[in-house]
Write a protein that binds this ligand. Structure first.
Ligand SMILES: Cc1ncc(C[n+]2csc(CCOP(=O)(O)OP(=O)(O)O)c2C)c(N)n1
Ligand SMILES: CC(=O)[C@@H](O)[C@H](O)COP(=O)(O)O
Ligand SMILES: [Mg+2]
Length: 626
């Protein structure tokens, strides 16, 4: 008898008998594979937390007890156990978000999918609970071993340790991986806690001995647990968590619901900050994921459930061009090194790392460290290429500004997923980088429109050794190459249309150049004299673009980034400063948080299609249609 359909709230989960839990876990796994195969999503991480999430909702009472999930990509099971079963529209407009979403449920708190923030959230909530006398409320925060390599997590742990009376349980979900195996001293320490030979072997011996003593009855079971407890105290090394002053429970088999539930109840009863170290397996229970050496199906597109193979070919054309060009640059420039923040494969540095293993650095989910360590590398004679998703550079703005730019360090930032990404929701759109980077003195930013301009931008960027450079490009497949018909002082002219009346300069930034050409055609069809250009290096705004603007009656700049402080806004400022009195219309992303939707849905909503832009230009140039 299927249990899952009868789960509409955590109370239903708590009402189950322990004997029912294994069956429910299997039903959940079957559902995850069947559903996420159809929509795409974070299949591997969620397969790894089935038992953990079940145990959490049995040991704690959400929403009275607050549940926080770091990054939030592993909350599909949490959603299923809190009454949300319609995953058919996952990460699409009107469907479930791929992360916690307050609008969806009172059980969801943190919508931000940037890693390493959960423990700070938890510390704040626990402090508020204590101050407001909510002594019956617990906070339980799940953080992955990858997210634990982020600096904020340690800032939070330092504070959590200071609050000995705060009811806060930190669950370290240790599956040994971010995308790749987690790096660094912390990963080693977690390994030590998890795989101390004596602990493991002695425990294995204990299990064998007890089994030989007869059917694993209650007595044998108790003896085994007593043995494990004794072992932990005697053999398992005391961890840095306890040195910090935070009680440590574990390591616990994260796929044994009963063991996890018991550990969580123990931690909850302690009444102060406790870490429960849970050992899980990313992709657990689905062979294609378990066997996936790349990243255990961390984030998949639509796949065939029987085989795990992708339904569509690889989605990431831009990334593969960067990957190829980076190897070519590496061959001719021994000073060039690559830095990733735990995303070697997704950002395209894997081929570079394969050919130059000593020159590829995975720093963990630590973008701030990545940037400042790059400043150090540049100071010491290297040219670092820091490859991150555009949205994740937000948290390292200060390091770009005052560690790299202030020292005129030759560091190149390669920002993948720049612009609208859509289905990953508000915190994943790469919409902030140009408005942020335009505030960095001396920084040069390129927005290529296709493969040839991406390759040339990368080559030009690594040749700049006395200032930061940025090359940004979007998620997904490459557009066809777009040839320039002319170049004016570095600004590519993509089309010129003669005509009568008010002349229009259409500036396409990055891949929006393709849309700009389309807009040019539409304006030409209306008889407007139109010039379509792509400046390629867009920040600082080139003087040639200001000059070109002064030769037209109207300028429209189309960019896959914020309008506020974007290239269009800056061009308008530069024109005003130069006494060039032409109206500059900036078209792009409004200053707001965008709900999850497909990129196409967002482009339509934001009126970022060629017909929308042409319509708006005509309305401005000729006045509204009567
Ligand atoms: C600041 C930031 N950098 C990078 C990412 C991309 N990212 C999402 S999940 C993930 C790996 C997380 O590993 P872990 O915390 O161990 O969770 P698991 O997937 O193993 O459950 C990364 C790097 C992010 N969400 N936030
Ligand atoms: C949760 C997270 O930050 C990443 O897993 C991200 O969702 C991956 O995005 P892509 O699918 O665009 O690589
Ligand atoms: Mg992990």
């Amino acid at each position: 008898m299927a249990i899952l359909p009868r789960i509409s709230s955590p109370a239903d989960v708590r009402a189950l008998r322990p004997a029912q839990l294994e069956g429910l876990a299997q039903e959940i796994r079957d559902f995850l594979v069947a559903s996420v195969s159809r929509t795409g999503g974070h299949l591997g991480p969620n397969l790894g937390v089935v038992e953990l999430t079940l145990a959490m909702h049995r040991a704690f009472e959400s929403p009275r007890d607050t549940m926080i999930f770091d990054t939030g990509h592993q909350t599909y099971v949490h959603k299923m156990l809190t009454g949300r079963s319609d995953f058919a529209g996952l990460r699409q407009r009107g469907g479930l978000s791929g992360y916690p979403c307050r609008e969806e449920s009172v059980h969801d708190v943190v919508e931000n999918s940037h890693a390493s923030t959960a423990l700070s959230w938890a510390d704040g909530i626990a402090k508020a609970n204590e101050l407001r006398g909510h002594v019956d409320r617990h906070v339980v925060a799940v953080i992955g071993d990858g997210a634990l390599t982020g600096g904020m997590a340690w800032e939070a742990l330092n504070n959590i340790a200071a609050g000995q009376d705060r009811r806060l349980v930190v669950v370290v979900n240790d599956n040994g991986r971010s995308y790749d195996p987690t790096i660094g001293g912390l990963a080693h320490h977690l390994d030590t806690l998890r795989t101390t030979r004596g602990y493991e072997n002695f425990l294995a011996w204990g299990k064998r001995t007890l089994r030989r003593s007869g059917p694993p009855g209650r007595l044998a079971y108790e003896a085994l647990h007593g043995l494990k407890k004794g072992l932990k105290d005697v053999v398992a090394p005391q961890g840095l968590f306890e040195d910090l002053g935070i009680k440590y429970v574990g390591p616990v088999d994260g796929h044994d619901v009963t063991a996890v539930e018991q550990s969580l109840r123990r931690a909850k009863a302690f009444g102060g900050p406790v870490i429960v170290h849970v050992i899980t397996e990313k992709g657990r229970g689905y062979v294609p994921a378990e066997q996936d050496v790349a990243d255990r199906f961390h984030a998949v597109g639509k796949i065939h459930p029987e085989t795990g193979l992708p339904v569509a070919p690889s989605r990431f054309g831009w990334t593969s061009v960067f990957a190829d060009e980076m190897v070519r640059i590496g061959r001719r420039r021994p000073d060039v090194v690559g830095i990733t923040a735990a995303m070697l494969q997704p950002v395209g540095l894997a081929p570079f790392a394969a050919e130059f293993p000593a020159r590829a650095f995975d720093v963990g989910i630590a973008e701030q460290h990545a940037v400042t360590s790059a400043a150090g590398m540049a100071f010491a004679g290297l040219h670092p290429v820091v490859a991150v998703y555009a949205t994740f550079l937000n948290r390292a703005f200060d390091q770009v500004l005052l560690d790299v730019a202030l020292h005129r360090a030759g560091v190149t930032f390669v920002l993948d997923r720049a612009g609208l990404t859509g289905d990953d929701g508000a915190s994943h759109n790469g919409m902030w980088d140009m408005s942020l980077m335009r505030m960095v003195p001396g920084l040069h930013l390129a927005a290529p429109r296709d493969e040839p301009t991406l390759r040339s931008a990368l080559r030009e960027a690594v040749d700049v050794d006395d200032a930061p450079t940025v090359v940004r490009y979007p998620k997904g497949p490459l557009p066809d190459a777009l040839e320039a018909v002319d170049t004016v002082d570095g600004v590519d002219v993509l089309a010129r249309h003669a005509g009568d009346g008010a002349s229009v300069l259409v500036v396409g930034i990055g891949p929006m150049a393709h849309l700009a050409v389309e807009v040019g055609r539409m304006l030409d069809a209306e008889g407007l004299p139109t010039t379509v250009v792509d400046p390629r290096w867009v920040l600082p705004v080139p003087a040639a673009l200001v000059k070109l603007a002064g030769e037209h009656d109207h300028v429209v700049v189309v960019e896959d980034g914020l309008v506020e402080g974007g290239v269009g806004a800056v061009l308008g400022q530069r024109c005003a400063e130069a006494g060039v009195g032409v109206p500059v219309q900036a078209v792009g992303i409004p200053l707001t948080f965008l709900d999850h939707a497909t990129r196409a849905q967002l482009l339509e909503t934001l009126r970022l299609r060629a017909e929308d832009v042409a319509h708006d230009v005509l309305a401005l140039v000729r006045g509204p249609a009567v």
